[in-house]
Design a protein around this ligand. Structure first.
Ligand SMILES: [Ca+2]
Ligand SMILES: [Ca+2]
Length: 461
């Protein structure tokens, strides 16, 4: 077979271009994407609770960039995760609640999620556990499997706590062997996968279920948290007195469930519940350790970015509220850590959002831009210089047109019915003193109000 000189040059040129593309692909970092369910700031490196024992997450934070003022976009699982995975705010997508499917929100039609975008960019995309709230979309992954968690059998057979009809919201130590907890199974799966040879960059996601209820962990994780020594969160007795009606209604939400403040007090269970949350967090930290230790001993140690996040926080009696579903610090503040090659080690106190993860990964991994317009901001300037100017507040949305705006210093909350709250974090990190009616702060309020989302799409299907 003979080729003309032109044809030969074209073929050589194509081979060269292909080789360049291959060389470029090889340089892209792997990503280890670790999601934790319902973990608030009760981890050592965030000082949320002085008895928190999270040595592995703390080490990861120490070796990377810890965002100390990071916030979710919605204070419940599904809308928070849909927002993070698509890069679109709840107020833009209309996804505000648990049962809504990502692909049924008209505005998200054609949107690429983070795993889908990695796959489209030639990554090998694999995962286990809770990444989405509902079932994973299998076409977004090369390898994703789900399986039930054996710990859930306990509350069906014999609840541990004293709360009446507690069922899935139960808490305490259980006898289930450690290796049968789904979080351990998934951590061990990831640790093992990191020992194999991938012939292209990988995106590996592991979603831990704890410390989501039921708050069960093996007994050994309760040893650090004996009931008599557990510190309760500090509560202001009349904290609710300066709340507007919309906020007071939020504090009553859990009254319709078996896990509510009155029931906790009536059964004298507050210490046990706090101990269980701390123990479950210590347990999930142990699982994180299984993965990051395996990574550090693997061939990928110096070529892998780690992103660790939680989907929202959790109340343990603050404002007489349990669990999530509020626009206060306990619900919105989350751990967020980036670690890996070229990122350095620092703490960044700027207000950032889970929404910022997607555009950050697009830049760090040189991905093509997805079809949807990402509404977060790449954190690259803060990853290299944590004190860089950052004009953006963190915005959390709870149902249509209920928003919180969090800056370095302030939290402003605006509810759909016109109710408002304002807290000054420089003096009041517990958000006890609602300043919204103080005339001194009207200019501050006007400035914060300007950041409220302009679009408030009604709840999609
Ligand atoms: Ca959650
Ligand atoms: Ca108050």
């Amino acid at each position: 077979m003979k080729f003309s000189l032109e044809t030969t040059l074209v073929i050589l040129g194509l081979c060269f271009a292909f080789a360049l593309v291959q060389a470029k692909e090889d340089e892209r970092p792997n990503v280890l994407f670790i999601a934790i369910d319902d973990l608030n700031d009760w981890i050592g490196c965030l000082d949320g609770h002085l008895q928190a024992k999270t040595p592995n997450i703390d080490r990861l934070a120490n070796d990377g960039v810890l965002f100390t003022n990071a916030h979710c976009q919605a204070p419940i699982c599904n809308p928070s995760r849909v927002s993070l995975l698509t890069g679109i705010r709840p107020s833009t997508s209309g996804v505000y609640e648990l049962k809504q499917q990502l692909r049924q929100a008209p505005i998200l039609e054609g949107a690429m999620t983070i795993p889908a975008q990695f796959k489209a960019n030639g990554y090998y995309v694999l995962g286990r556990g809770k990444i989405y709230h509902g079932k994973p979309y299998s076409d977004e992954w090369n390898d994703f499997k789900t399986a039930p968690d054996a710990r859930n059998n306990q509350f069906r057979e014999k609840p541990v706590s004293r709360l009446p009809k507690i069922r899935v919201r139960d808490f305490g130590p259980i006898d289930l062997p450690e290796e049968q907890f789904r979080d351990v199974i998934n951590a061990r799966w990831a640790a093992k996968e990191l020992k194999r040879n991938f012939n292209k960059p990988f995106f590996m996601a592991v979603g831990f279920r704890l410390p989501h209820v039921p708050l069960y962990a093996p007994a050994r994780f309760f040893l650090n948290h004996p009931k008599a020594e557990v510190s309760l969160p500090i509560i202001k007795e009349d904290d609710l007195s300066d709340l507007p009606a919309a906020a007071k209604k939020i504090t009553r939400y859990m009254d319709s469930t078996p896990l509510n403040h009155r029931s906790i007090l009536a059964t004298k269970s507050w210490h046990e519940a706090v101990a269980a949350y701390l123990a479950c967090t210590e347990f999930v930290d142990h699982c994180v350790g299984l993965i990051i230790n395996s990574l550090s001993q693997s061939q990928y140690a110096k070529k892998t970015l780690i992103v660790l996040w939680s989907d929202h926080g959790w109340h343990l009696g603050e404002k007489q509220l349990w669990a999530k579903r509020s626009l206060w610090e306990e619900s919105t503040r989350v751990p967020l850590i980036f670690s890996g090659p070229g990122l350095g080690r620092s703490r960044c106190d700027r207000p950032v959002q889970l929404l910022d993860i997607y555009p950050t990964l697009v830049e760090l991994c040189s991905l093509t831009k997805p079809p949807q317009k990402l509404e977060g901001h790449s954190l690259l300037p803060l990853l290299s210089q944590p004190n860089s100017p950052w004009p953006y507040p963190a915005i959390t949305t709870f149902h249509c047109n209920d928003h919180s705006v969090r800056t370095d210093r302030w939290r402003y909350i605006s509810y759909a019915n016109g109710d408002e709250e304002l807290y000054d974090h420089s003096l009041d990190s517990n958000e006890w003193h609602n300043l919204v009616h103080n005339l001194k702060y009207q200019a501050v309020i006007a400035e914060l109000k300007a950041h409220l989302p302009k679009v408030n799409v009604p709840q999609a299907r």
